[in-house]
Design a protein around this ligand. Sequence first.
Ligand code: SF4
Length: 374
Amino acid sequence: SKSIEEKFGTLSTSSDTELLSKKLLEGLENGDLPSAVRLCMKDIEGSFSVVGVDNDGRMFAFRDPHGIKPLCFGQDKDGKLSCVSSESVGLSINGLQLDSHVKPGELLIWSEDGLSKEQIVAGEKKAFCSFEYAYFARPDSILDGKTVYKVREEFGRNLGRENPDVTEKADMIVSIPQTADDAAYGFHIETGLPWERSVRKHRYVTSRAFISSPRERDKIINKKINVSRREIKGKRLAVIDDSIVRGSTSKRMIRKMREAGGEEIHLYITFPRITSPCFYGIDMSTYGELIGANQGADEIAETIGADSVNYQSLENFIKATGMKRDHLCLGCITEKYPTPLASKLANKARERFEEGSEGRERIYEAADLAEEIT
Ligand code: SF4
């Protein structure tokens, strides 16, 4: 950001969109749109999926060379209206057809002459965010040719196959709505256990608990999720959820289920254990806050008050996505990040955490480290 500030003055926001648009402007000073996008792809490391309109009224879209986050495009049935969306569902709900996904490192420009595509940067390691499959993507979106909810059903089947003893340990399945519902269906099909829809989500509370402050999180969960005592009282529960980040949301959910009379609570988690932060735009805690960075499944169970915690294996998770392992970003699970700066940040953050000097801020917010790392 230093060179940008020298050229354009102090950034007025902490938004990466401002940084990226100024980088584009810098490139446009001496060149055309493709060369400006090339400059962005060369100088900015990380995840970006960009859509814009230039001065000539042309719409353009590009995606970082690793393709960390999704970006797709489509058109209406007459081919008169083109649209870009982060997920295919953004097209279908507007009556548009999905054409394709923007390739990592590719630039698309729509002008009066039609659509032109240019591969600006090629050959970088593909690294699509694996957390999209477990949590972020809408279930009815299509990622890499697969409908997301089908992948989640397979996650559930995998969990059932990996834990054949569940039929002795639990009387029924419940799922944390809504991201875990599809996995619960797969788990139900695989194990034959009844799936009780006794944990329900408030239709109008849409805030996401894990990206809020602790106080807000409490309020959100209480308002958002309700547990039906009548169905779960005295029952041993196999609870399906998508992920455990800090553990605080799971802890509150388990407390609610115990208060409602749940006898035993065994958690089955579709996303493998999160052991390190995300540096690609998802505000996913520091090492100190991430429960999986510090504890294994048994310790986590004890901390959050569950009888057991069972994660889907990484191998089966990858298989269910249908993606090649080396085409996925698995950074927050394996601590192997697809880009060098993220690896440096992770090393530094872990070092600080182990020394006991990790602050409350995210590592990339620690101004004193910026120079040291870059
Ligand atoms: S580190 Fe995790 S959440 Fe972040 S982009 Fe990679 S897989 Fe997604």
